[in-house]
Design a protein around this ligand. Structure first.
Ligand SMILES: [Zn+2]
Length: 63
C-alpha cells in the first residue's frame, strides 16, 4: 500500500510541475494571438456586438 501512495504522490507532483509549465505558456499564447474576436461597437446604436453579425438591438428596433 505504501508503494501505491508514494507513486500517487509522485504522480501528483509531476502533474503539478507540468501544470505550472503549461498554464503560463497558454496564457501568453492566447494574449498574443487574441483568439477571441474583439467586441465591436455597433455604429448605429453604440452597443457591443459580440457576435460580429447584424446587431441584435438594431434588428429588434427595425423589426
Ligand atoms: Zn446596433
Amino acid at each position: 500500500m505504501l508503494k501505491v501512495v508514494t507513486l500517487f504522490l509522485v504522480f501528483m507532483a509531476v502533474l503539478a510541475m507540468f501544470g505550472r509549465l503549461r498554464i503560463p505558456g497558454i496564457g501568453k499564447r492566447s494574449d498574443r494571438k487574441g483568439n477571441l474576436p474583439k467586441p465591436s461597437l455597433c455604429p448605429e446604436c453604440g452597443r457591443y456586438n459580440l457576435r460580429g453579425g447584424p446587431c441584435r438591438t438594431c434588428r429588434d428596433r427595425q423589426g
